[in-house]
Ligand binder design. Sequence first.
Ligand code: 6PG
Length: 490
Amino acid sequence: MEQSDKNQTADIGLIGLAVMGQNLVLNMADNGFTVAVFNRTVSKVDDFLNDAAKGYENVLGGHSIEEFIALLKRPRKVMLMVKAGNVVDQFIDLVLPHLEQGDLIIDGGNSHFPDTTRRTKHLAEKGILYIGTGVSGGEEGARRGPSIMPGGNPKAWPLVKDIFQAIAAKTPDGDACCDWVGEEGAGHYIKMVHNGIEYGDMQLICEAYQLMKDGLGMTPDEMHHVFAEWNTGELDSYLIEITRDILQFKDEDGTPLVENILDTAGQKGTGKWTGISALDLGVPVTLIGEAVFSRCLSAMKDERVQASKLLTGPKAAFSGDKTAFVEDIRRALLASKIVSYAQGYMLMREAAQEMGWHLNFGGIALMWRGGCIIRSVFLGKIKAAFDKNPSLTNLLLDDYFREVTGRCQDSWRRVVAQSVTMGIPVPAFATALTFFDGYRSERLPANLLQAQRDYFGAHTYERINKPRGEFFHTNWTGTGGKTSASTYQV
Ligand code: 6PG
């Protein structure tokens, strides 16, 4: 068939044939959709058609933007799988002159949510629909079923719902791990929080590994068995599963590969964005913050090597029951994970309120249940908690999670205390426990803090025996005036 005969036959078009883009195209094609493809380096179009997409009648190549657009059914749907940032704007500018009112542009990269909000509004003014969607699950997910988190212009959702839900991962109950997230940048916001939680989960696992390795002297093979065991219970998840496999993987010389990898973590920025958003909104998302900073500290390798020669610490070795302590670590990990997700949900709740988005929290847990990097049995429990009580204030207050933190608490405290005694850093375990203790405190020492602020800056305070919103100033030294500072918030 001539290319012109294929005009207006594609259900969707995809620009950006890097590995994620290619795999999404093949996934869509496998699900019976006709997909047009285009790439800035045009030779990649034919490379793809002649290689990975060979034999797929329903994958069509465009060798110019005009040819690509002509292949699309109306209303046209153009999905961008390109690098986040300016590149997305450049491609929007490239396709825009070829589109008409009611057509749709979708950005499936890891864009920063304010950019998605800006693009949704800007394109709506031109009559073009826009979706910014998180796509999680890496290469394999994109090919076999990712978790897809779309947000943007709500009018766009019916146009791609069938395609997205068909290609998305499915939960064990058969539900698609893809649903409408919300307005403007909501989809990318949720993906950003997903990535922040991913950072937190990874850091918790790394702390458990270091405790077993340096605290208990366990070998990678021994830890492999521990993670294999953990993956059969409450911690059953993709990240525990890959950790199990990583620990057993041998280098060419037969030694465990993991021990030959330099201990400096990389990061592309989505965890940092989560921390920044938490600070902006005033939500104590401490665990993700610690996870980001732990990566930063790990990256200061040369400085740490120097410091390790100058700063001494305890040499205390673990002398108790090792098997029991491994179980303590498992429980500390589970309880800390609950705090991390509780904090992530606190952040999403605040963001929804601040931006006027209508987020479905149970639906988000369902989207993360399968396909994505943080997929786990645990997310099924979060979904159940929101199904039971859609307006749940905090996950920590749900009956199931209350029972788990109650059951794990003694172990959690033993692990943090023992780590401190042994001089092994556990920033994520410790901040989770500290948050838990802070959150369940009726009274914190902020009374003293308010007194200090009022003492040096006349910043005023509220009193326990007066209604909220009534502010007082005391002349603490007898030399200050009666005038208080204004109560503005930054
Ligand atoms: C996913 C991942 C992915 C992310 C990588 C790398 O959901 O598939 O979150 O989107 O880009 O995990 O992230 P870092 O380089 O920041 O670790």
